[in-house]
Design a protein around this ligand. Structure first.
Ligand code: GLC
Length: 531
C-alpha cells in the first residue's frame, strides 16, 4: 500500500504565542506564523516541513494557556481572528503545508458558556454536560487525583455538588456519556474542517470517558522512568482514563473527519495525545476507524542513552506491528526541551545532532518542536515572570530568529515570556552555515524524502553493535540503509557491509566509501549499504 501523506510528512509543532509577533504587542500571533512560512517550506532554503500543528488558538482565560477553551469556534484575540486563521491556512496550502489544530474536548474553561449554565442550577439543561456528584463538602466522590496535583473534585456550595476536573479546577471535565456533548464536539470538528483545517491533534483523548460508577483508582504498582505518566502521581488511573468506551467516542470523531475529502484518501487526520495506561496499548488507538496517528511519548523523558532509546523503539515496534504507524517526538510544550535535558550530561551540541538523526530516520512520522532545529534550550524564567501554573514556561519561550532585539521575535519592549539566549542560538546565524544544526535538520529531511528505505522501509535492530551505540537497518526490497548512532564519548568501530556514507553529523563524510565503519564520539552516520 502506498504511504498516506501523513506517513510521509515531517510535522512541525508551533506554539503560536511564541513563534512570531506581527503586531508588536509582545505576543506571537497567526499573522506572525503566516509571515514565516517560507522558513518551513516553499523556498530554496526552507526546512522542508509538510504539516504544522498549532497549539490551541481558541479564546481562553489562559489559566492553562489555551487548554482551557471558552469558545471552541473562535480565535483568541491575542492571536488574531478567524480571517487571520483563514489567511494562514491559505498561505500554508499554497506552499504544500497542511495545518492541524489542537482540539481540547476533555474539558472546557470554567468560563465557557456551557459550564456557566451547567453550574447555575442542578435543574439546568446543561447540568449533565459536566460530571456532577451531589454530596457534602467534606467527602469528595472518590480518590481521583488531578494530573496537576490534589483531588480532581471541586465542591460548589451553591448546588451542594462536586464537579470533576482532571486538570485545574478552572478546567471542568465534559461528560462524554451525554450524547449532546458528543454532538457538540462533532460540530466543533466540522467547524474547523469546513474552514480548511487538515485535521486535529486531540488533547487527552484517552481520558474522554470515565468509569460509569466512578470507582476509586488503585495505587500504581509498576513504574518506568521513561513513561511520563508514571512520573505524574502514584495512582494507576484505571477508572479515570483509557476506559474501553473511549474507542466509541473516537470512532465517532473519525466518522466526522472521514466524511470530508474523498473518504478513501484519509485527507483529514486525527492525531491523539494518547496516554494509554500501558504503553503497549498505544497501538489500540490506531485502527482504520479510529486515530491515524498517536503521540508516542517515550522519548520525552528518556535520558541520552542508547539502551533507553533502544528499549523504547523495540517496544514500540513490537507492539505496533506492521498495521500501526508510529510517531516520534523528542520535545513538546509540556516538558523540558531535549537539548536542555541532554545538557545536564555532556557534549550538548553533538548530542542534539545525534538525536536529530534518530528522530528523522526511525520508521514513523517525526514531530519537530519549534526551535529544536536550531538547538533552542529552555529559557531561564525568573520567579516573578513565571506564568504557567505547573512550571512549563521554559520550553515555551519565543522563537529565536536572529541576534536582534528579542531575537527578532517582537519589536515590543517586553515579550509575553522572556527570550532565551538568542545571541548564541538563532536562525539567521545558522541559515547559511552548512555545519549548523539547522542545516543538518534540512539535509536529513531532504535525505528522508529522497531515500525510500528511510521513508517507508522496515526497521530491524543491527545485530552486533556496542551497548552504547544505537544501530538499525531500514530496508525496502531494493534499498538497504544502516543508521549508526554512537551515543558514547568514545570512538567506536562497527562491522558493517560495504557501502557509501550518505550523511554524517561530524565531518564532511558524505560520499565516503567504507568497508567497516569508524564512528567518532557522539557521531551519527547514515550508510547506504551496497548489498
Ligand atoms: C495536555 C496538554 C497540556 C495541557 C493538558 C490539559 O496534556 O498538552 O499542555 O495542560 O493537556 O489540557
Amino acid at each position: 500500500m502506498p504511504l498516506k501523506w501523513w506517513q510521509r510528512a515531517v510535522f512541525y509543532q508551533i506554539y503560536p504565542r511564541s513563534f512570531a509577533d506581527s503586531n508588536g504587542d509582545g505576543i506571537g500571533d497567526l499573522d506572525g506564523v503566516t509571515a514565516h512560512l517560507d522558513y518551513l517550506n516553499g523556498s530554496a532554503d526552507s526546512l522542508g516541513i509538510d504539516a504544522i500543528w498549532l497549539n490551541p488558538v481558541n479564546p481562553s482565560p489562559l489559566d492553562d494557556w489555551g487548554y482551557d477553551v471558552s469558545d471552541y469556534c473562535g480565535i483568541h484575540p491575542d492571536l488574531g481572528d478567524l480571517a487571520s486563521f483563514d489567511r494562514l491556512v491559505a498561505a500554508a496550502h499554497r506552499r504544500g503545508i497542511r495545518v492541524i489544530v489542537d482540539l481540547v474536548p476533555n474539558h472546557t474553561s470554567n468560563q465557557h458558556p456551557w459550564f456557566i449554565e451547567s453550574r447555575s442550577s442542578a435543574a439546568n439543561p446543561k447540568r449533565d454536560w459536566y460530571i456532577w456528584v451531589p454530596g457534602s463538602p467534606t467527602r469528595p466522590p472518590n480518590n481521583w487525583q488531578s494530573t496537576f496535583g490534589g483531588s480532581a473534585w471541586k465542591f460548589e456550595a451553591a448546588t451542594r455538588a462536586w464537579y470533576l476536573h482532571m486538570f485545574l479546577e478552572q478546567q471542568p471535565d465534559l461528560n462524554f456519556r451525554n450524547p449532546e456533548v458528543v454532538e457538540a464536539i462533532h460540530d466543533v470538528i466540522r467547524f474547523w474542517l469546513d474552514r480548511g483545517a487538515d485535521g486535529f491533534r486531540i488533547d487527552v483523548i484517552a481520558g474522554l470517558i470515565k468509569d460509569a460508577q466512578l470507582r476509586d483508582n488503585p495505587l500504581r504498582t509498576a513504574t518506568d522512568p521513561d513513561i511520563p505518566w508514571h512520573a505524574k502521581g502514584t495512582q494507576d488511573p484505571l477508572y479515570s482514563h483509557d476506559r474501553p468506551e473511549v474507542h466509541d467516542i473516537i470512532r465517532g470523531f473519525r466518522r466526522v473527519s472521514e466524511s470530508y475529502g474523498d473518504g478513501a484518501s484519509d485527507d483529514r487526520i486525527l492525531v491523539g495525545e494518547t496516554w494509554p495506561r500501558e504503553h503497549e496499548r498505544l497501538a489500540d488507538f490506531l485502527r482504520p476507524d479510529e486515530l491515524e496517528l498517536a503521540f508516542n511519548f517515550r522519548f520525552l523523558l528518556a535520558r541520552y542513552d542508547a539502551s533507553r532509546f533502544r528499549a523504547a523503539i523495540e517496544q514500540t515496534e513490537r507492539s505496533f506491528g506492521a498495521g500501526a504507524w508510529p510517531t516520534w517526538t523528542l520535545s513538546n510544550h509540556d516538558f523540558p526541551r531535549h537539548i536542555t535535558r541532554y545538557s545536564r550530561e555532556g557534549d550538548t551540541d553533538a548530542r542534539a545532532r545525534v538525536a536529530a538523526v534518530m528522530l528523522l530516520t526511525l520508521r514513523g512520522t517525526p514531530f519537530i518542536y519549534y526551535g529544536e532545529e536550531i538547538g533552542m534550550r529552555d529559557a531561564a524564567i525568573p520567579a516573578e515572570l513565571k506564568l504557567d501554573p505547573v512550571g512549563r514556561d521554559g520550553c515555551r519561550s519565543p522563537m529565536q530568529w536572529s541576534a536582534a532585539r528579542n531575537g527578532g521575535f517582537s519589536t515590543n519592549d517586553a515579550t509575553w515570556l522572556p527570550c532565551g539566549d538568542f545571541k548564541a542560538v538563532n536562525v539567521a546565524q545558522q541559515l547559511n552555515d552548512t555545519h549548523s544544526l539547522l542545516s543538518l535538520y534540512r539535509r536529513l529531511i531532504q535525505l528522508r524524502k529522497q531515500t525510500p528505505a528511510l521513508a517507508e522501509g522496515t526497521y530491524r535492530e543491527f545485530e552486533s553493535a556496542a551497548e552504547d551505540c544505537l544501530v538499525f537497518h531500514r530496508e525496502t526490497p531494493s534499498q538497504h540503509v544502516i543508521v549508526a548512532l554512537n551515543m558514547s564519548n568514545e570512538p567506536r568501530e562497527l562491522k558493517t557491509p560495504t557501502g557509501k556514507i550518505l550523511l554524517s553529523t561530524t565531518a564532511e563524510r558524505a560520499g565516503e566509501s567504507i568497508a567497516s565503519l569508524s564512528l567518532a564520539p557522539n557521531e551519527a552516520v547514515i550508510l547506504g549499504a551496497s548489498a
